[in-house]
Design a protein around this ligand. Structure first.
Ligand code: UD1
Length: 382
């Protein structure tokens, strides 16, 4: 059967991705049955990734630490039919034993996510996300495993892309407490203080992480890029936008806004929309994120080096609109716009999905209306 997706165009870039000599001139994207290790495979996104890998005919092994931030129940023995080994990726001997079982590629989802509560969370973010990735990379190199898909995040960009009418593209400074408290939510031009027009970030935009979590994701990207250079391996880093869908964890300090709104509605409460609700995000359905992982995995079989991709729908929405749609679909109370703010939040971050489409053949398939209608009644993770 012919593959309908466009051929990838891995170009030599500053990221250093190039087609492998082995595959040069051959048709890419032939699906090979591969033994894939999915870290964090019992989590929200990981479970969907495992399901998609299985459906595509891969052999899958799952490792998961059962971190209490993500799991309130004991871990199952299997995820979507794949065996689950309970381990923390920082446990190098245990990880080495799993990798030694003929693993061809790793899909690294294991991470602590969200803004967190306070700076006491910082060591755990760095421990799980950065030390965890470092131990994984060292173990992969030792085991001769050279293909990696990294779950990264749009939080590495900080604020999205902005243009000033007078000064062109600019990068605004982080918003101050004084501005936020006064209801001045939109970033202003650092040169003339004019209100800026938000645009789409692309993968070549500079990294500007603005929370401990964001910094830990940026560090994962740097570590994996260094690993790719040193080992000649292939890394596809997927910068997820706001992921939502069935199995999302219930309301915790580490949950994304969709889960928080959905949990409120389930309890009969109105979603509380911070700032003025005009902040923009890109909500991408978790099954689309799983499909992006599959496409990313295929790409690691056709090239070497390091390459980042936005995983986004390409259809930005405001947080107020998402809350309204979700409340309507759940038949719950309409949202309340509270004017509250969180200092770690950025105002708008939405991205161009073009690179993932042209190079990976990935395009989000689940529309927001359809996804929200499902999500309004889908089970959450307990
Ligand atoms: C989110 C995730 C982040 C993930 C990224 C990309 C969290 C905390 N953030 O970042 O881990 O990497 O998507 O997938 O999990 N808001 C409300 N009411 C609330 C909670 C939040 O209005 O009750 C607003 C926030 O002020 C913010 C927006 O919703 O403007 C999005 O919040 P959130 O999903 O928490 O953070 P992101 O920065 O989008």
């Amino acid at each position: 059967m012919t593959d309908p997706r466009p051929p990838p165009q891995f170009l030599r870039t500053t990221d250093g991705w190039s087609p492998s000599r082995r595959d040069a001139g051959r048709r890419p994207y032939r699906r090979r049955v591969t033994h894939v290790l999915v870290t964090g495979g019992a989590g929200f996104i990981g479970t969907h990734v495992v399901t998609a890998l299985h459906a595509a005919g891969h052999r899958v092994t799952v490792v998961d630490s059962g971190h209490p931030g993500a799991h309130r129940r004991p871990l199952p023995d299997t995820v979507a039919g794949a065996p689950l080994v309970r381990l923390d990726v920082r446990d190098r001997p245990a990880l080495a034993a799993v990798l030694a079982d003929g693993v061809d590629a790793v899909v690294h989802q294991a991470a602590m996510v969200g803004l967190g509560v306070d700076l006491d969370d910082l060591p755990e973010y760095v421990g799980c996300n950065d030390l965890g990735t470092a131990v994984l990379l060292a173990a992969m190199a030792r085991a001769g495993v050279h293909r990696l898909v990294l779950a990264s995040s749009m939080v590495v960009y900080g604020e999205g892309a902005y243009t000033c009418a007078g000064h062109g593209p600019v990068r605004p400074a982080p918003r101050t407490v004084a501005d936020l408290a006064a209801g001045r939510y939109d970033p202003t031009c650092p040169r003339c203080a004019a209100t800026l027009t938000p645009g789409l970030v692309d993968e070549d935009d500079p990294l500007d992480p603005r929370s401990g979590y964001a910094a830990s994701k940026a560090a994962q990207e740097h570590l994996t890029a260094a690993w790719a250079r040193q080992t000649g391996g292939a890394v596809v880093a997927l910068r997820y936008h706001n992921v939502y869908g069935p199995g999302m964890p219930r309301d915790t300090p580490y949950s994304g806004v969709a889960a928080i709104f959905r949990s409120a509605l389930e309890a009969g409460r109105a979603p509380r929309v911070f700032e003025d609700g005009g902040q923009r995000r890109d909500f991408v359905h978790v099954r689309d994120v799983a499909a992006a992982n599959l496409a990313g995995l295929d790409a690691t079989g056709t090239g070497t080096g390091w390459r980042a991709y936005n995983v986004a729908s390409g259809r930005p929405v405001t947080i107020a609109d998402v809350a309204t749609e979700l409340a309507r679909a759940a038949d719950g109370p309409p949202p309340v716009v509270t004017g509250e703010f969180r200092l770690g939040d950025v105002r708008h971050v939405v991205a161009s999905p073009t690179r993932a489409e042209t190079e990976l053949g990935f395009r989000a398939a689940v529309g927001l209306a359809e996804g929200i209608a499902e999500f309004a009644h889908a089970p959450l993770r307990g």
